[in-house]
Ligand binder design. Sequence first.
Ligand SMILES: *Cc1c(COP(=O)(O)O)cnc(C)c1O
Length: 403
Amino acid sequence: METTTAATRSLATEAVHAGREDLAALGLHAAPLDLSTTYPSHDSRAEAARIDEFAATGARPDGPPVYSRLDNPTVARFEDALARLEGTEAAVAFASGMAALTATLLVRASAGLRHVVAVRPLYGCSDHLLTSGLLGTEVTWVDPGEIAEAIRPDTGLVMVESPANPTLAEQDLAAVAEAAGSVPLLVDNTFATPVLQRPCESGARLVLHSATKYLGGHGDVLGGVIACDEETARQLRQIRFATGGVLHPLAGYLLLRGLSTLPVRVRAQSATAAELVRRLAEDPRVTRVHYPRIGGAMVAFEVAGDPHEVISGVRLITPAVSLGSVDTLIQHPGSISHRIVPEDDRRSGGIDEKLLRMSVGLEDVEDLWRDLDAALSGAGSAVPAPADRPAVPAHAVPEPAMP
Ligand SMILES: *Cc1c(COP(=O)(O)O)cnc(C)c1O
């Protein structure tokens, strides 16, 4: 038995070492960034054999790479590291979270399994991809308790997000996996990250990340990844090769670097988020706070006043969509992240028009609170408005006439 197996190492150790085990033997400290699109070889018989093998199995090609749409060594390091953190056999990286979900749907649809059972809310564009049927799939939206009865002979996937974007609603993943039965369960783990939750330990077959968010962690790289068993990974690699949604090697490099600080970032950001939740929960300008039991750095809250005024009032906090960066971001899901979802569907997913979603960064909690406090006051909700009357933003109140 090996003495240094991954299973004996903690997540914090894996975060800085996984995908980098060969570096010392190569005489390197930082991971090499391989930007080659193609790889010269005088042995075209060997290249033919590698392509045949890939076409037949979808296994990662052995030996020198052939072409960057097939395989890239820098991206492979990120995939290996993420698989270790999620506790799966493999991971397959894509150009974005949406490209990763697309490849998953295509794998299932190409087997004739075009039906998806999903629970709202999901990230806005995931909802849109399923609802629109753009890929020829069909979705049945259900409450978690209705999953088993919604499954049909052509159901290829059950999909949930937990905690969900943007309401932070949580699912009992073990119960959902049991309800899914033999149908693979895909869990979008973007919000929790493997630091807080490893869905495959609860029975999920596929774990999706928008790597753009916490895995990258600095708001400067777009990427997606599916962590799964090797059999599924082979199908995903074949789809990726044929459809081309590959992760750029520089993105793979940045994501591998991002993973090394993932545990410390998530823990520090979560501690600040929990303190902000405590303050928001007792603030009369806030009518409801959403925060998951497993914790994390995402906070959602509904304001008594006008949510647009909070967005226009922040000065330190970045008023922007996306999440998981070192700086704190706030956005209005009804206007941006979930705008593509029709209003009725937003409502059925519990997405209130007064809801704001905040991704807590690494700033000092007092500086963040001062900014939030001022923005909430600017929202004109210092005094909760009576329920039968819309809130009047402070700036809309006429100044008293000077005597
Ligand atoms: C952002 C996001 C996605 C989509 O990822 P992209 O990298 O933007 O394509 C999917 N799921 C969740 C939960 C997200 O927040």
